[in-house]
Design a protein around this ligand. Structure first.
Ligand SMILES: *[C@@H]1O[C@H](CO)[C@@H](O)[C@H](O)[C@H]1NC(C)=O
Ligand SMILES: *[C@@H]1O[C@H](CO)[C@@H](O)[C@H](O)[C@H]1NC(C)=O
Ligand SMILES: *[C@@H]1O[C@H](CO)[C@@H](O)[C@H](O)[C@H]1NC(C)=O
Length: 354
């Protein structure tokens, strides 16, 4: 008994010393890119995108549209029925930021989706970034669907109404992968100045060359991982094949618990700038789906897996805007819900400040 207690005290002391540097980093370093309060707020925004009832989403009355997100003004909901994708855009005046949130695919069960992740190939050259490889499917989910023109349309509309604002892009799981491609696109192709990215439980999306480019454009990007969440471990990382392997972009923030007897400490470890810090989520086995579905105490489960599960009332059905049934719902802050077709988006216009 005595010995056990002594051991625990020593373990605690060791942990304290070992972790002190990182913990101090969070609290003392003003330039630190990670803000845990902001992460909690953004995970709540991310949870809301899983709302199936679009009417309650666009009016921000959904059951997840609560707590620290109260007062949010949704401007647009983008729905790609064909590919089962969903996103929304709006303005959080308290954060002084536009928020763009992506939901991932949900046409299969999450187990099937995770199993497929093992086999994703690096099969596309990212445009204009020599040596940069990404997964075609992740790239296309943002670039070759209603998502991209839809989001850009919403951002241009917000810019007209509110002027230049910071743009915060977030997403969970597959939605995190799309959020990453979106944030990069806004920087690279649209000259947006102030773009922040935070993803939760995001899979790897490209190789190490891509990650280096990514870091240059989005040095403050945060990739939150949780405990044993399996998805950030996929597609696999093979350190012995640096040219061929997937490689995460930095900076990972690993949420994990340390148990000391009956006490559990929650740690938020800010990881190194390589993207593949061996002492963060890579130090444990990625074997948990439940750790994938709850981040910072917020449930990120879809209301309806296995089906696209998009519910609109008959009033909204008539706003479907293209051949495939994809549509964009726009909400004028002063008016009722209006319809705009994605085709109206002028691809050449810029988001850059004048
Ligand atoms: C963290 O973010 C919250 C919400 O945006 C903000 O109120 C707070 O000042 C931020 N904290 C720091 C240390 O920047
Ligand atoms: C984009 O999607 C269409 C069908 O949705 C497909 O035919 C086309 O090959 C895709 N293009 C790329 C570059 O993936
Ligand atoms: C909404 O109404 C207010 C007051 O009438 C006006 O100042 C503002 O420009 C309007 N906003 C939009 C988007 O029309």
């Amino acid at each position: 008994m005595e010995r056990r207690r002594l051991f625990e005290v020593m373990l605690f002391a060791c942990l304290f010393v070992a972790c002190a540097g990182r913990e101090l980093k969070i609290k003392d370093d003003q330039s630190s890119v990670y803000n845990s309060t902001l992460a909690k707020i953004l995970v709540e925004y991310t949870a809301a995108v899983y709302t199936a009832d679009l009417t309650s989403l666009i009016t921000w009355t959904c059951s997840r549209c609560i707590d620290m997100t109260v007062g949010f003004e949704v401007v647009e909901v983008v729905v790609d029925v064909q590919n089962c994708l969903q996103a929304y855009v709006g303005v959080a005046e308290d954060l002084n930021s536009v928020i763009v949130v992506f939901r991932g695919t949900q046409e299969h069960s999450i187990q099937n989706w995770v199993e497929d992740l093992y086999w994703k190939q690096l099969d596309l050259n990212y445009p204009d970034m020599p040596g940069s490889m990404v997964h075609h499917g992740f790239y296309s989910a943002y670039h070759n669907t209603t998502m991209r023109p839809g989001i850009l349309y919403g951002l241009q509309k917000i810019r007209k109404l509110y002027g230049d604002m910071q743009i915060t892009v977030v997403g969970h799981s597959m939605g995190g992968a799309m959020a990453a491609f979106c944030a990069l696109d806004l920087k690279v192709n649209y000259g947006a100045q102030d773009v922040q990215l935070m993803t939760f439980g995001q899979p790897r999306i490209g190789n190490s060359v891509f990650s280096s480019y990514f870091k240059t454009y989005l040095p403050d990007a945060i990739r939150v991982t949780n405990g044993h969440d399996i998805v950030p471990h996929l597609p696999p990382y093979y350190p012995l094949f640096p040219r061929k392997t997937y490689h995460h972009f930095p900076t990972e923030v690993w949420l994990h618990d340390i148990g000391l007897g009956s006490l559990v400490y929650k740690l938020e470890t800010v990881c190194d700038d390589t993207g593949e810090d061996p002492s963060c989520s890579r130090s444990v086995i990625g074997n948990s789906i439940s750790d994938h579905l709850v981040y910072l105490g917020v449930n990120l489960q879809a209301e309806t897996w296995r089906s696209c599960g998009i519910v609109t009332d008959t009033n909204m059905k008539k706003y479907q805007s293209d051949l495939y049934g994809n549509f964009i719902l726009l909400r004028d802050p002063n008016a009722s819900i209006l319809k705009q077709s994605a085709a109206e988006v002028d691809d050449s216009s810029s988001l850059q400040g004048s």
